[in-house]
Design a protein around this ligand. Structure first.
Ligand code: ZN
Length: 239
């Protein structure tokens, strides 16, 4: 491989290394965004719904206990009523008690129904949120594992490029490397293709002398305008 080609490869290697570093930072940023905050929120909502359920279940059990107690009392009063032997005053009082208990029973039964509905709704909510949280957790884990995998790939490729860059630097003569590094210091890509008669870096047409020197003799040539090291485009395409 000619030193000119090696320089071109060196530039391509460094361009790819820059791209990989950028991707590396993006991966880091994406990983940092995976805080799992949404999951914590859902877990909090589930635990709140569970507490609410426990509280409502206790109230529901109280209602059931009272309804049972009323049924027992009603049975007692009813048997007193039909046993006979009670005075009419007592009968009136028993009647009143029965009516009062029946009214209370109506109210409690209403409460019982809405309590069942509420418990049902809470159970549904807990079930739905649990499914949602599991799904989100799985998605998050797979996103993180993809990022980790890509991170490893990037690291591996970057290290390979680093070795390649080192090899190229060793192989390219110091005088050429000095010019290359000087152009890098000027924040330029040091190499440019000669496309037709023009430098692809700045677009300026080269002298016939320059073009011939490069194309016919493969001589080391720099752009007359921007100073970039020129390489013939057909030479690069052959690679
Ligand atoms: Zn140029």
């Amino acid at each position: 491989m000619s030193h000119l080609n090696e320089l071109w490869q060196l530039q391509n290697t460094e361009i790819e290394m820059v791209k990989l570093r950028k991707e590396w930072n993006q991966i880091k940023e994406l990983s940092n965004r995976e805080t799992g905050e949404d999951l914590v929120e859902i877990q909090a909502a589930i635990s709140e719904a569970r507490n609410e359920w426990v509280q409502n279940k206790a109230e529901y059990d109280e209602i059931v206990a009272e309804v049972t107690e009323i049924a027992r009392k009603l049975e007692q009063f009813n048997s007193q009523l039909y046993e006979g032997g009670a005075q009419s005053k007592e009968l009136v009082s028993i009647q009143q008690n029965i009516e009062q208990l029946l009214r209370r029973k109506d109210i409690l039964e209403e409460k019982q129904l809405s309590s069942i509905q509420l418990l049902d709704d809470l159970e549904q909510k807990i079930a739905n949120e649990t499914v949602r949280s599991q799904r989100l957790d799985e998605q998050r884990k797979s996103r993180l594992s993809r990022l980790t995998q890509r991170n490893d790939e990037v690291k591996e490729r970057y290290n390979a490029l680093k070795d390649q860059r080192e090899e190229l630097r060793q192989s390219i003569p110091d005088s050429m490397m000095a010019i290359y590094n000087d152009l890098v210091m000027q924040k330029k890509r040091p190499m440019a293709l000669l496309v037709g008669e023009n430098c692809s870096g700045c677009g300026i047409a080269q002298t016939v002398l320059n073009v011939n020197a490069l194309k016919k003799s493969g001589q080391y040539t720099r752009c007359i305008n921007c100073g970039r090291i020129l390489i013939a485009s057909d030479e690069v395409e052959q690679e």
